[in-house]
Ligand binder design. Structure first.
Ligand code: T5A
Length: 227
């Protein structure tokens, strides 16, 4: 295993895989959208996707994981395996083909979410989560993981604000206790320290625009500097 990266060092394709991670309300979707417009303006094909979801199977799993679509709560072990099933499908059906044709894939959450939420948050062995992640992602190793770091109370405030006037309220995992979300945040910070080659931590407790400027600098310096 590549100790700097956290995954096997068997990268396979000409495209780029950039993953956005962070606690609830970190602004992952907002920042992904801003980055997409900058990349597309440069003529780069971008595929945006999310976890759980991104395929028919993955979206069905998302309904089960977030809103109990199967009619009962998944037990913690099932929860891990459902996230991984969604991930395996997304990699084989969307991410891998896109990378092979040279597209850039921006993924809103990826394998590190399982390590942070189910490992650090739920208390499963981090090593076990990393092993299952490697099975699910195969060669789809992120080139860069942007960790949008936000404190739990600010992230939750943003989520609550977004919910105002909507029928669907907080989903199953979002509704976990604040202590759970604090463990998730600390887990992400731990991962960023362990894998500095791949992780880029960005202070997400600011307005969206300066965050987007930092994200753009990180991405363009890493991948576009020569062109
Ligand atoms: N999960 C997922 C696991 O437990 N294990 C796993 O392996 C995986 C893959 C997914 C849930 O599943 C869990 C984690 C999650 O609990 P989801 O619905 O996909 O849930 O939602 P999240 O990925 O958690 O995304 P969030 O709902 O937290 O939002 P984002 O994408 O981080 O934030 P965004 O951009 O939607 O912004 C949230 C709100 O804040 C505003 C936005 O306008 C929006 O209203 N906002 C800002 N406001 C002020 N300043 C800024 N800088 C702002 N940026 C955004």
């Amino acid at each position: 295993m590549d100790r700097q990266n956290g995954f096997e060092g068997n990268k396979m394709a000409s495209g780029r895989l950039i993953t956005f991670e962070g606690p609830e309300g970190a602004g992952k979707s907002t920042q992904a959208a801003l980055l997409i417009s900058k990349l597309e303006a440069r003529g780069i094909e971008v595929v945006y996707t999310r976890e759980p979801g991104g395929t028919k199977l993955g979206e069905a799993i998302r309904g089960i994981l977030q809103y109990n679509a199967a009619g009962e709560d998944p037990c913690p072990e099932s929860e891990v395996l459902l996230f991984e099933a969604s991930r395996a499908q997304l990699v084989r059906h969307v991410i891998q083909p896109a990378l092979e044709r040279g597209a850039w894939v921006l993924c809103d959450r990826f394998a590190d979410s399982t390590t942070a939420y189910q490992g650090f948050g739920r208390g499963f062995s981090v090593e076990l989560m990393e092993t299952i992640n490697r099975f699910a992602i195969g060669a789809a190793v992120p080139d860069m993981t942007i960790l949008l770091d936000v404190n739990v109370s600010l992230g939750m405030q943003r989520c609550a604000k977004r919910q105002i006037g909507k029928k669907v309220q907080h989903d199953r995992i979002e509704s976990e206790a604040l202590e759970f979300h604090e463990k998730v945040r600390q887990g992400y910070l731990d991962l960023a320290r362990r894998f500095p080659e791949r992780f880029r931590k960005v202070d997400a407790m600011r307005l969206a625009e300066p965050i987007a400027e930092d994200v753009w600098k990180l991405v363009s310096d890493a991948f576009l500097a020569q062109g």
